[in-house]
Design a protein around this ligand. Structure first.
Ligand SMILES: [Zn+2]
Length: 127
């Protein structure tokens, strides 16, 4: 991958990271507001559950973005974290925060290996 391409992805990922951080922050504010409103308990529980699910998804996304940015820094961005093959440019363009090729992503989704452990290793190195 060229330096220009890397910079493009870096800018993209940093913008996305700012978005997600903002979204996570807004959601915390909403949660506090709702609690003060004394909505009926069932509705509140439902909304809380939805908020937690969203929060969970966004936290995962944020983690993937942090891993991708760390890999840009260490020069391994664009290769699969699991099999070390190159990730297809098409896939990277669609999902710039991915650290896995499509095959390994599918394997991770089937829990054939723990993506989380690979992420932990990258983030520990970057720290
Ligand atoms: Zn792979």
């Amino acid at each position: 991958m060229t330096k220009t391409e890397l910079n493009k992805y870096k800018t993209l990922l940093e913008a996305k990271r700012a978005d997600v951080v903002q979204a996570l922050r807004n959601r915390e504010d909403i949660a506090i507001e709702k609690a003060a409103d004394a909505l009926d308990e069932v509705q509140l529980a439902g909304e809380r559950e939805l908020a937690i699910r969203n929060l969970d998804r966004e936290s995962h996304l944020l983690r993937s973005i942090r891993v991708a940015l760390a890999r840009i820094e260490e020069g391994s961005y664009g290769t699969c974290l699991h099999c070390e093959e190159e990730i297809s440019p098409k896939r990277l363009a669609a999902v710039p925060w991915t650290s896995f090729c499509i095959k390994c992503q599918e394997a991770a989704d089937r829990h054939e290996f723990e993506a989380q452990e690979s992420f932990d290793a990258v983030l520990a190195d970057a720290a």
